[in-house]
Design a protein around this ligand. Structure first.
Ligand code: SF4
Ligand code: SF4
Length: 195
């Protein structure tokens, strides 16, 4: 089910044993991984349009953390399509001009590499994400939370950390993220993306 055991064997052998991962509410992400429900699967026909971008600086940071000088093993370049651009614009209402500048139609952007028959992120293991929380792409660190420019906080749906009926404050506790950390991550993401 999870391919590229070779890469993971290599990663496990090269990573320090005492990396501290952020504890997440009773392994909600691990449970997702077991049930193939995670946000790290991409079971869509139009993968290019659904997959969120990762800035070059994030790709570089992750790869140097893993001891790779090139980003090619873990990240791929994808064409910017109209529907992708539309999805990103919806995340940044009123900032269409900036999005068109950063993600011009026909241009390219980076995303995590995919593996497996049912496409999943290269970093996904049967127990969830391989990367420590603070090393992941910023969007992954933020998920399922999102911030709008006016400061409004919202939630992406379909996440075990934010099931229906659970207050946003409890979701933050489950994700071990404070409001300050969420806003900080959002601002770092804007900076990395150049918005
Ligand atoms: S962030 Fe949410 S949807 Fe993604 S793996 Fe964790 S619990 Fe599942
Ligand atoms: S980097 Fe980790 S959290 Fe992000 S999509 Fe990949 S497996 Fe999921």
């Amino acid at each position: 089910m999870y391919q590229d055991g070779g890469i993971f064997a290599y990663l496990h052998s090269t990573m320090s044993a005492n990396i501290i991962n952020r504890p997440i509410f009773p392994s909600a992400c691990g449970q997702c991984a077991q049930e193939r429900l995670t946000c790290c699967y991409y079971q869509h026909d139009t993968i290019a349009d659904m997959m969120l971008p990762t800035s070059y600086i994030e790709c570089k940071n992750i790869c140097s953390f893993l001891g790779f000088s090139s980003i090619d093993t873990f990240f791929e370049e994808e064409e910017v399509t109209e529907s992708f651009q539309k999805n990103i614009k919806a995340m940044f209402p009123g900032e269409s001009e900036a999005i068109e500048r950063i993600f011009p139609l026909g241009g390219t952007r980076f995303r995590v590499a995919l593996r497996g028959e049912i496409k999943h992120c290269v970093f996904l293991t049967p127990r969830g994400c391989f990367l420590p929380h603070t090393i992941r792409p910023i969007l992954c660190q933020l998920f399922p939370f999102w911030v709008y420019k006016n400061g409004d906080l919202s939630l992406f749906g379909n996440c075990n950390l934010a099931p229906e009926g659970v207050e946003i404050v409890e979701s933050m506790q489950r994700a071990s993220l404070s409001i300050v950390e969420i806003y900080t991550l959002y601002n770092v993401l804007r900076m990395y993306w150049g918005i």
